[in-house]
Design a protein around this ligand. Structure first.
Ligand code: NAD
Length: 249
């Protein structure tokens, strides 16, 4: 039980095949009370109910500052504290540089980058009062290698921005007892890649990965549990690569 009595908030956590829900499930199994935040259409209440009776589902749009603040207030009202936040909400779009419109740019950057800022801003006051907390930002291998496999350049830019934001916040809030770290997943089999890669293409990609397979949502969940637990008390500002060796640098 690595997270006994801890309260964790996970954005974009309602997709049952996604990284966020796998993280919610593993965290709940380690004793955490989990608040699953997601858009209304993703039905966060139903996802939270699947975890058991001690958890909360909240409709929240991370691109909307008021919505983030209302969600943080609801978690504090229900559970009285916030020990960890996983900034997981993100969307992608497989287009090339010359095809990116202004609206595409806004949409992709707003969810990953603005959303990470707004949601962190919403929980930081409570973490400051507690003088403890852990924020985990889900970036992507795409930020490090200049494109993953599916996201366009604006997605790489959003995820690289997340790394810079997380490191700067880590520097600022370290003295207050708050740790802020990033995870850079490789290619993980979730809905975000559904229908976009043939089985043949997936096998071809797996051959280029030292651990010879695509990632599973549980691989990222394990890293999130580590970074939100006391096992990682001396880690802040780090980027934890979880990519099967896809990018060894
Ligand atoms: P997913 O599509 O299953 O999950 C994304 C979730 O974010 C969904 O539940 C969606 O409803 C939610 N969401 C979208 N816009 C939102 C908003 N404005 N406010 C709140 N929630 C919103 O995809 P996933 O693969 O589980 O991705 C989770 C995170 O991991 C994303 O940030 C993604 O960019 C990142 N990532 C995924 C991979 C991969 O290969 N799957 C690789 C690297 C990084």
């Amino acid at each position: 039980m690595l997270l006994k009595d801890k309260v964790v908030v996970i954005t974009g956590g309602a997709g049952l095949n996604g990284l966020g829900f796998a993280t919610a499930r593993l965290m709940a199994s380690h004793g955490a009370r989990v608040a699953v935040l997601d858009l209304e259409r993703a039905d966060p209440a139903a996802a939270a109910a699947q975890l058991g009776p001690d958890h909360l589902g909240i409709v929240a749009d991370v691109t909307d500052k008021d919505s983030c603040e209302a969600a943080a207030a609801a978690v504090l009202k229900a559970f009285g504290r916030i020990d960890a936040l996983v900034n997981n909400a993100g969307i992608t779009q497989p287009v090339k540089t010359l095809q990116i419109s202004g609206a595409d740019y806004d949409r992709i950057l707003d969810v990953s980058l603005r959303g990470t800022l707004y949601m962190s801003q919403a929980v930081l006051p409570a973490m400051q009062q507690q003088t403890s907390g852990s924020i985990i930002c889900i970036s992507s291998v795409s930020a490090q290698r200049g494109g993953g496999i599916l996201g366009g350049p604006h997605y790489s830019a959003a995820k690289a921005g997340v790394l810079g934001l997380a490191r700067a916040m880590a520097r600022e809030f370290g003295p207050k007892g708050i740790r802020i770290n990033s995870i850079t997943p490789g290619l993980i089999g979730t809905d975000i890649i559904k229908g976009k890669l043939t089985e043949e293409k997936k096998a071809e990609i797996a051959e280029t990965i030292p651990l010879t397979r695509l990632g599973r949502a549980e691989d990222i969940a394990g890293a999130c549990v580590f970074l939100s637990s006391d096992l990682s008390l001396y880690c802040t500002g780090i980027t934890l690569d979880v990519n099967g060796g896809m990018l060894i640098h």
